[in-house]
Design a protein around this ligand. Structure first.
Ligand SMILES: *[C@@H]1O[C@H](CO)[C@@H](O)[C@H](O)[C@H]1NC(C)=O
Ligand SMILES: *[C@@H]1O[C@H](CO)[C@@H](O)[C@H](O)[C@H]1NC(C)=O
Ligand SMILES: *[C@@H]1O[C@H](CO)[C@@H](O)[C@H](O)[C@H]1NC(C)=O
Ligand SMILES: *[C@@H]1O[C@H](CO)[C@@H](O)[C@H](O)[C@H]1NC(C)=O
Ligand SMILES: *[C@@H]1O[C@H](CO)[C@@H](O)[C@H](O)[C@H]1NC(C)=O
Ligand SMILES: *[C@@H]1O[C@H](CO)[C@@H](O)[C@H](O)[C@H]1NC(C)=O
Length: 403
């Protein structure tokens, strides 16, 4: 099809879409359900747990202890969502499609983590997220250092197991790479298997339009604070519109997707999703994070380094890190058997950047490349059960059997 005809088709689609009556976007009850209701409505038991980190954040952690037809509880497994997302991400599709449900029906004890600052972890023993800037003074360094081990040790304590399997998506892989390879602690002894979906460590080639909000590295922090403040990352609608144009081109086919920060970061998705469920995905995300966390992602994108948050001056870094430059992370001492699944159309975990993981990982037990998947297909694609989960679960059972 020539470009011109293509434009005409797009234009007519655009006007048809706009001329039509407003879409009944909220019709699906899954749009309004919270995570407990999403899980229970599909026939599963759900427990809510509160995990308090060493620095006082109160994380909402959810548990699907067993499948629909049994009550016996298998080995624990923690599923950890990505950037701007929440634990709901693992239960937004139907039971035979959503990883959390598939694992529960197989006999695993499934735990769903939520990172500080998102909808289910918006609480602190001392700070009020609505009033205290101190609540939002965190980036993924803190999630790796504190949220991740706090959740894992909490689960091991409740379940009386000594090891857990871990599945991370996006930022959920970033914090695992940072912490499982940390030579200063023993956390990795308690991880039997790690599945890395949309692996993130170096992100110098990310394609998100947020890169148009980049600026000289010294000014980056100041510029972002000016645009977005210092608390929760809540971009104004005009910025979303502007970014949405980069995400989808001039002609919006689906505004609710193009102007949703989740898709602006990860890339709009049409090929592999069940299009009728897009309102469900967009009503559960984005979930909150801090401006500081986003700045940290921008810093890593610019430097292409797997590195802690860089403060303005050597003195500030010294204060935080006891050295004048922000420390680098390394995955070379990670010994956890790891499966890496990566995709060709992923804006955040770009294939060029994934080579860093392959070049440094010492404990790879499985890898799969999916050319036509994007960032969210790992969790939401209608065929992810066949394309990813089936083989992944086969490998997982070798290192972390259900019983
Ligand atoms: C979900 O909503 C139900 C009904 O309002 C409520 O009982 C439950 O506590 C909510 N769960 C969470 C995690 O907010
Ligand atoms: C649960 O049991 C019902 C009725 O016996 C059966 O039809 C269904 O396939 C079972 N589901 C699972 C996930 O085992
Ligand atoms: C383990 O759980 C018990 C009972 O809930 C609790 O008293 C104890 O403080 C927990 N230990 C740790 C290390 O979390
Ligand atoms: C972590 O693993 C070590 C080594 O296997 C074990 O001694 C320890 O009890 C485990 N920790 C927990 C909380 O299960
Ligand atoms: C797609 O989503 C709609 C609406 O939730 C649902 O009725 C349909 O069964 C889904 N199709 C597939 C293949 O999951
Ligand atoms: C800070 O770094 C110096 C020099 O590397 C080291 O001797 C000292 O123990 C460190 N202090 C702390 C608190 O880690």
């Amino acid at each position: 099809m020539s470009l011109r005809i293509f434009h005409v088709v797009i234009l007519s689609l655009y006007f048809t879409a706009n001329a039509a009556a407003p879409q009944p976007y909220k019709a699906d009850p899954d749009c309004d359900y919270n995570i407990t209701q999403l899980i229970q409505s599909k026939g599963y038991a759900c427990e809510e747990h509160k995990v308090t980190t060493n620095d006082g954040y109160i994380l909402g952690v959810f548990r699907i202890p067993h499948g629909r037809n049994t009550s016996s509880i298998g080995r624990p497994i923690l599923l950890q969502h990505g950037l701007l997302d929440a634990a709901t991400t693992w239960v937004l599709n139907f039971p035979d499609q959503s990883l959390a449900f598939i694992l529960a029906d197989l006999g695993y004890d499934v735990w769903l983590g939520n990172i500080r600052g998102n909808r289910y972890s918006r609480a602190h023993v001392k700070y009020d997220p609505n009033h205290d800037e101190a609540f939002w003074d965190f980036s993924w360094d803190d999630m790796a250092r504190d949220d991740l081990p706090s959740m894992i040790y909490y689960i091991l304590n409740v379940t009386k197991h000594t090891q857990i399997a871990y599945v991370g998506h996006s930022q959920g892989t970033l914090i695992a790479f940072a912490e499982f390879g940390n030579p200063n602690n023993n956390l990795q002894q308690n991880i039997s298997f790690y599945a890395s979906l949309a692996p993130i460590a170096q992100i110098g080639h990310q394609k998100t339009p947020l890169k148009y909000l980049d600026t000289d590295s010294k000014e980056l922090e100041r510029y972002w604070h000016k645009l977005f403040g210092r608390n929760e990352f809540l971009p104004a609608s005009n910025i979303l519109k502007w970014l949405g144009k980069y995400a989808c081109g001039e002609f919006f086919i689906d505004r609710i997707m193009c102007e949703n920060m989740l898709f602006i970061v990860g890339g709009p998705d049409r090929k592999n999703l069940n299009a009728s469920r897009i309102p469900v995905y967009t009503s559960h995300g984005p979930s909150g994070t801090s401006v500081k966390n986003m700045i940290h992602f921008m810093q890593c994108g610019r430097s292409n380094m797997f590195q802690a948050y860089k403060y303005h001056t050597p003195e500030e870094n010294q204060l935080h890190y006891n050295q004048s430059i922000a420390p680098l992370y390394s995955i070379r001492s990670m010994k956890v058997p790891t499966a890496v699944i990566w995709a060709g159309e992923d804006w955040l975990a770009d294939p060029t950047d994934v080579t860093y993981v392959f070049d440094n990982i010492q404990s790879l037990v499985y890898e799969k490349y999916i050319p036509n998947y994007n960032h969210f297909d790992f969790v939401w694609a209608v065929n992810a059960n066949k394309v990813i989960y089936k083989d992944l679960i086969d490998v997982m059972q070798k290192y972390h059997p259900m019983k």
